[in-house]
Design a protein. Structure first.
Length: 365
């Protein structure tokens, strides 16, 4: 049997210190997070942010694992889940679904983030009915050289015990008085080091990050995703992750993760502001130019689904199919949407909203 190359620490790890550099970084990150939380609360329907941003996170997080899809494939898969544009788009949609499921479960459990939730998200992501690893032999290798980089705990009992301890650390605020963002960095490192599943650990660990932020109340809804930041500094991510295991020194890892929160909160705030401004413009134009069809529900639909379809409008507005078709065709004729056909179905693109994700304003390529 393979032998684990790292002895996972008790939680909180004894080597973690909130140094002056860490405290300075925390102050900046908390300032940006608080601003994002406050501004997001002004969006009339926060489900719009959850849906659009979780889709972008699904794309960015999957790219870290070399599962690459285009924006067009991504939005098509969202509009036509029964017929995804590519296998990669299907994978990305599964990630989005797992993230949504986790947040809904967290709300149902009044903020808890449990091992059973994490297992359920894994099962959705991988279309599997299995749980934590039970078979030894898992090892992480360098993709280029094939060199063994890290061997996680091998025995099923050890994996279970470490995940049980991590679950307690996540949910028991009395166990540690460390800053919540420091705890988030520790939780992510511990999760990736346990490596509890045969596959999908990176993506699940990044979902746990944002659900921990909603657990603590630093955010009301899961809209801060670190995957874009990690992609831009992928080498540092893996280097600092391994450095903690090799040296027991935590400061670089903590600073990296806290900087990720600050940078991402700032970028997400810019995107939320741009979406708010665009929604206000669309509201004004539809009320002025399409008075008879305007409703807040219609406006919400156009921003919740960047690629919308007749069925969605029919369902969300409670109107007939001919009426939904009339609404969308009218908006397309005036240039507010772009009408396209895929197979036997039409879909309608909010091109200016999609452009926000493409131009670097927010978390998209």
């Amino acid at each position: 049997m393979l032998k684990a190359t790292y002895t996972l620490p008790d939680l909180p790890p004894p080597g973690v210190k909130e140094t002056p550099a860490v405290l300075r970084a925390l102050a900046r990150a908390h300032r940006h997070l608080a601003e994002l939380k406050g501004r997001a609360a002004t969006i009339p329907n926060q489900g719009i942010l959850i849906d659009t941003l979780s889709l972008q996170e699904a794309k960015a997080s999957s790219e870290i694992e070399n599962i690459v899809t285009t924006q067009d494939e991504l939005f098509q898969a969202n509009a036509f889940p029964e017929n995804p544009a590519s296998p990669a788009a299907k994978e990305v949609a599964l990630y989005r679904d797992a993230l949504r499921h986790g947040f809904l479960e967290q709300q149902r459990l009044e903020g808890l983030l449990t091992s059973n939730m994490i297992i359920a998200m894994f099962q959705m992501l991988k279309r599997s009915d299995s749980g934590f690893r039970e078979t030894p032999g898992t090892a992480l290798k360098n993709e280029q050289t094939g060199e063994m980089v890290y061997i996680p705990p091998q025995e099923a009992g050890a994996v279970q015990a470490h995940m049980s301890a991590l679950e307690t650390f996540i949910n028991d605020d009395e166990q540690s008085d460390l800053d919540p963002l420091v705890k988030m960095a520790i939780i992510h490192h511990q999760f990736e080091s346990i490596h509890p599943f045969p596959d999908g650990n990176g993506r699940l660990g990044r979902i746990v990050n944002v659900l921990y932020l909603t657990h603590t109340g630093l955010l009301d809804i899961p809209i801060l995703y670190l995957s874009r930041f990690i992609t831009s500094r992928k080498g540092d991510y893996y280097r600092f992750l391994q450095s903690v295991r090799d040296t027991g020194e935590w400061e670089q890892w903590l600073l990296y993760m806290i900087e990720g929160v600050a940078t991402t909160a700032k970028e997400t705030l810019q995107l939320v502001e741009a979406m708010r401004a665009l929604m206000a413009e669309y509201k004004q134009r539809i009320r002025a130019e399409h008075t008879k069809i305007y409703s807040q529900d219609l406006l919400n639909n156009l921003f919740r689904h960047p690629y919308t379809r007749i069925d969605y409008v029919q369902s969300e507005l409670g109107v007939s199919r001919p009426t939904a078709t009339k609404y969308l065709d009218e908006l397309a004729e005036s240039g507010l949407l772009a009408k396209q056909r895929i197979g036997r179905n039409n879909y309608y693109i909010n091109q200016r909203l999609v452009a926000l994700f493409l131009d670097g304003t927010g978390p998209a390529e």
